[in-house]
Design a protein around this ligand. Structure first.
Ligand code: MG
Length: 163
């Protein structure tokens, strides 16, 4: 078994959509980014890549590369999982935290978990997504940014179990 961690932050600005775990959260601000800015998925990708020592999201999907402009981060997540599989690993579980002052994410957590479960080909009981505020402290607490943390446990694929 191996473990990986990921963290990401995006500024919030007007004229952008707030996308978390592939779910559009209705809000007047969204993530500033080259891609769709899905901060949660970016943290998950870094946790996956980190667990297998495969580099990081910025190296694999450089913002300077036009093919990633406004791309859905779910696509990048699926590509990262393919890379993990090719390296001989599979994910055991994911635990993630989104830090956002407003809006409240509780109504969206189930959809976010289902989206991540589908992208990772895992049961949603292996996917945990939690939401916190930053108690109005610092830039994220003042509503200027959104952050996410993720931990992923992986194990070597045992091909002898395949049917
Ligand atoms: Mg990012």
């Amino acid at each position: 078994m191996r473990i990986g961690t990921g963290w990401d932050l995006h500024r919030l600005k007007e004229g952008r959509r707030l996308i978390l775990g592939g779910v559009h959260i209705p809000f007047h601000l969204g993530e500033e980014a080259h891609s769709d800015g899905d901060v949660l998925i970016h943290a998950v990708i870094d946790a996956i890549l980190g667990a297998a020592a495969l580099g990081d999201i910025g190296t694999l999907f450089p913002p300077s590369d036009k093919q990633y402009k406004d791309i859905s981060s779910l696509v990048l997540l699926e590509q990262s999982v393919n890379l993990l599989t090719e390296s001989g690993y599979q994910i055991i579980n994911l635990d993630a935290t989104v830090i956002l002052q407003i809006p409240k994410l509780k109504p969206y957590i189930t959809s976010i978990r289902e989206n991540l479960a589908a992208a990772l080909s895992l049961e949603s009981n292996r996917i945990s997504v939690k939401a916190k505020t930053k108690e109005k402290v610092d830039a994220t607490g003042k509503g200027k940014a959104v952050e996410a943390l993720a931990s992923v446990l992986i194990e070597e694929i045992d091909e002898s179990l395949w049917v």
